[in-house]
Design a protein around this ligand. Structure first.
Ligand code: GAR
Length: 191
């Protein structure tokens, strides 16, 4: 059995999409969904999906072993950040080396770094009149949006596209590619 923990800060549509993708796979379990926000919609999605979930505080994450211990107790093989907005602490990266992946809603290294998340990214891309954007799935290291790229996929931006139009295109790319990229990477790190 391969075990995944998903971290999300908000809506969690990617978390739900990944959960649906693996539902029919007896080899892979979404063992827990974790959020840094106790009222995040992702926790409601987790309830409906019958996946254990819990929120945690800044103290749990940065000043104690609470989260590392929880993930180790659950024998997690891969951590998936699906719209998770806090910087991952060194202690977690060291406890799960090369076993944390993130999705970023732009073509890194463009539009990465602190403050670059969700609509902030799409607004910046539209303001710059870029002709294309996309998604980057990468391994997480100690800097924001910096680890080795696993996969990028692109979409075109039309002249009249708004930031909301772009957000929809990006979500479509995420739904198409993220679960399969997670599956491929999981097979690579755990036979
Ligand atoms: C996704 O577009 C994801 O790429 C982005 O947040 C959105 C979450 O949507 N992540 C980041 O911006 C991380 N820097 P969701 O909650 O509906 O899955």
């Amino acid at each position: 059995m391969k075990r995944i923990a998903i971290f999300a800060s908000g809506s969690g549509s990617n978390a739900e999409n990944i959960a649906h993708y693996f539902k029919s796979n007896p080899e892979v379990e979404i063992s827990i969904i974790l959020s840094n926000k106790k009222d995040a919609f992702v926790l409601e999605r987790a309830n409906k999906l019958n996946i254990p979930s819990q929120s945690f505080t800044r103290n749990d994450f940065y000043e104690s072993n609470t989260i590392v211990d929880l993930l180790k107790n659950k024998k997690i093989d891969l951590i998936v950040l699906a719209g998770f907005l806090w910087l991952v602490p060194d202690s977690l990266i060291k406890a799960f080396p090369n076993a944390i992946v993130n999705i970023h809603p732009a073509l890194l290294p463009n539009y990465g770094g602190k403050g670059m998340y969700g609509m902030n990214v799409h607004n910046a891309v539209i303001t710059n009149k870029d002709k294309e954007s996309g998604i980057t799935i990468h391994i997480v290291n100690e800097k924001y949006d910096d680890g080795e790229t696993i996969l990028q996929a692109k979409c075109q931006i039309e002249e009249n596209d708004t930031a909301e139009d772009l957000a929809n295109k990006i979500h479509d790319l995420e739904y198409e590619h993220f679960p399969r990229a997670v599956e491929t990477y999981l097979n690579k790190i755990k036979k």
